[in-house]
Ligand binder design. Structure first.
Ligand code: AGP
Length: 593
């Protein structure tokens, strides 16, 4: 989703912003732009292009800039074109702005303040810069900014430059992330840690309803009434090496391969001998409640389904999983002592933030499980647990899913009085993952033979069904093959009508109690012409099975059964020539509702 970078200092803003925008490419975008102040010629220049950042780079004519703001746009209001790309400039040419988020009342503001004005773009952003210009005719710029911000309903992370004041950068934040950092000889501001890599020295996340005024040496942060707010910065220690592809052709493949090592890393983070490193206060607080509610979206929600099984089996506490975007506006009956677990790789998903704000208002206890411990959801929940997956750059989430399940299993285990050796069982999974990763060429061949159609089904029962949902999401998001994950027994109640000659149906079979039932469902589609493929545990193997996995503890089976499905998605997308790490229409961090 949209990305923002701004720089003011003695180094070259153009290079710093360009590097930052390139690091934000993983978030997904469709156009990019920059506004730069050329100190030598004392002019501001605006550049924007539809498509990839290389197109923007080609168009840049400024040689060196002291101040600049840059943006990658993921279209929400208005088509993907140059006019709608950011930055937007006020019609009096005084201000340039970049914006992440959505201004819900942009139409009303246009009618109220600019009845006959011809806006150049279809965006919800342009009205902000026109309001700034309008109010700045009557008052100092900081007051004009505050007056504008107070009119906005919705979410924003904004950077604004006043072309009459090239030694100042203005910014504001409400419900969309924004990080401020000191840099060598300047200050940098961005929407994501990735944007700051290589430049930031110390950093901090801005709070909602704040705006700031920054010079090359310093920044002052205000609330919307103009009161100066104190702040503290932490050392920025994100390692550039962890964010590079190394010898892998794609981030997604690198991240798939990282899973066994990552799992061992999680074990060492959470286990101290046989003691678990989760605060007793947190465990006690969860135990006081009689119903767990897991909130998440997409892949993280699929991890949540596995978490539900683990919590119910190990702790006996009834657990429900909710789609965050539904829960935010349709809160179900919760029970008398509910506890909320928010799962999010990025920790910035707007649907979850909407839930969290509601939960906080009602003073319900919350825990965020996330890969980004500095994220908004981690900071704002009562407690946070890090999943230690390391940076996940590919839009299609792989290692975050397995890391989330691993941490959920450790949390469930810590809450229970179980005696099985979870640490050893997780280590066994890491070994089984490595064995599966030794056979990737075989999986590529199977994909070439089987995935010959534009539709596909994954089927399974219990945990295998929940992994089917994730497997289907992975395949559709990067290969664009229309795929559904189905409870194996449910297919015959209608959807089997879609099976025709050579429709691929992939069955996941890891549970001895349901293996034969799933095999019967597979036989039903096979006899109607489907091309079938199986992912099975070796103890359940039958002649003709294709992908056979080492047995692991059945409660942890999803950590392993998902792996071939990630590889299937990867090779299907590769064979179709798609942009694997940046699939069309998708964003890594979904910061609008
Ligand atoms: C999965 O491949 C997707 N990128 C997507 O479903 C993702 O899991 C979802 O948007 C939730 O993101 P989060 O984990 O960062 O909250």
């Amino acid at each position: 989703m949209c990305g923002i970078v701004g720089y003011l200092g003695l180094n070259d803003a153009k290079e710093i912003i360009l590097n930052g925008l390139k690091r934000l490419e993983y978030r997904g975008y469709d156009s990019a732009g920059m506004s730069l102040y050329d100190g030598e010629n004392k002019t501001f220049q605006l550049f924007k292009e539809k498509g990839r950042i290389v197109e923007l780079e080609k168009s840049l004519t400024t040689t060196k800039a002291a101040l600049g703001i840059g943006h990658t746009r993921w279209a929400t209001h208005g088509k993907v074109n140059r006019e709608n790309a950011h930055p937007h400039m006020s019609s009096d040419q005084r201000f340039s702005i970049v914006h992440n988020g959505v201004i819900d009342n942009h139409k009303a503001l246009k009618t109220m303040y600019f009845d006959n004005h011809a806006f150049k773009s279809e965006t919800d952003t342009e009205v902000i810069v026109e309001l700034m210009a309008l109010f700045a005719k009557q008052m100092p710029v900081p007051n004009a900014m505050r007056k504008t911000l107070k009119l906005l309903q919705g979410s924003y992370a904004l950077l604004v430059i006043d072309h009459e004041s090239p030694d100042t950068l203005y910014a504001a934040k409400h419900r969309s992330p924004l990080l401020l950092a000191t840099a060598d000889d300047g200050m940098i501001i961005g929407s994501d840690m990735m944007a700051l890599i290589g430049t930031a020295e110390r950093y901090m996340a801005l709070e909602d309803e704040t705006f700031l005024q920054m010079s090359k040496d310093d920044a002052t942060i205000y609330d919307l009434d103009g009161t100066v707010l104190p702040y503290d910065m932490s050392v920025f220690d994100m390692d550039v090496l962890h964010t590079e592809k190394g010898n892998f052709p794609h981030y997604m493949l690198k991240e798939i391969y990282e899973q066994p090592t990552m799992l061992r890393g999680i074990i060492s983070k959470f286990f101290n001998g046989n003691t678990i490193n989760i605060s007793q206060m947190l465990l006690k607080s969860i135990k006081k409640h009689n119903r767990l509610h897991i909130l998440a979206a997409g892949t993280s929600m699929h991890a949540g389904f596995i978490g539900k099984g683990l919590f119910e089996k190990l702790t006996g506490i009834p657990t429900e999983v909710h789609i965050a975007s539904e829960f935010a506006y349709q809160m179900p009956i919760l029970g008398d002592k509910p506890y909320f677990i928010l799962i999010s790789q990025s920790g910035e998903t707007a649907d979850l933030r909407a839930c969290l704000l509601n939960l906080k208002k009602k003073q319900y206890p919350t825990l965020t499980i996330t890969n980004v411990i500095t994220s908004t959801l981690a900071r704002e929940a009562d407690d946070a647990l890090e999943i230690f997956a390391g940076p996940e750059i590919a839009v299609a989430s792989t290692k975050a899913y397995t890391a989330q399940i691993a941490v959920l299993s450790i949390l469930a285990y810590a809450l229970s009085c179980q005696t099985f050796a979870l640490k050893r069982e997780l280590s066994e999974v890491a070994i089984a993952m490595e064995q599966c990763l030794d056979n990737v060429d075989y999986i590529d061949d199977l994909v070439k033979q089987t995935l010959t159609k534009d539709h596909c089904f994954y089927i399974g029962r219990g945990n295998d069904y929940h992994v089917s949902l994730e497997a289907a999401l992975k395949l559709k998001e990067i290969s664009y093959i229309h795929t559904e994950g189905f409870a194996a027994g449910e297919l015959k109640h209608g959807t089997i009508a879609l099976i025709e000659t050579d429709t691929p149906v992939i069955a996941i079979i890891s549970n001895d109690k349901t293996a034969q039932n799933t095999r019967s469902n597979l036989a039903e589609v096979h006899s109607r012409g489907a091309k079938t493929l199986t992912i099975v545990f070796e103890s359940l193997q039958e002649p003709g099975d294709e992908i056979v996995l080492k047995n692991v503890n059945p409660s942890l089976a999803p950590l392993l059964t998902v792996l071939p499905s990630q590889l299937i998605a990867y090779y299907a997308a590769l064979n179709r020539g798609h942009d694997i790490d940046k699939p069309r229409n998708l964003a890594k961090s979904v910061t609008v509702e």
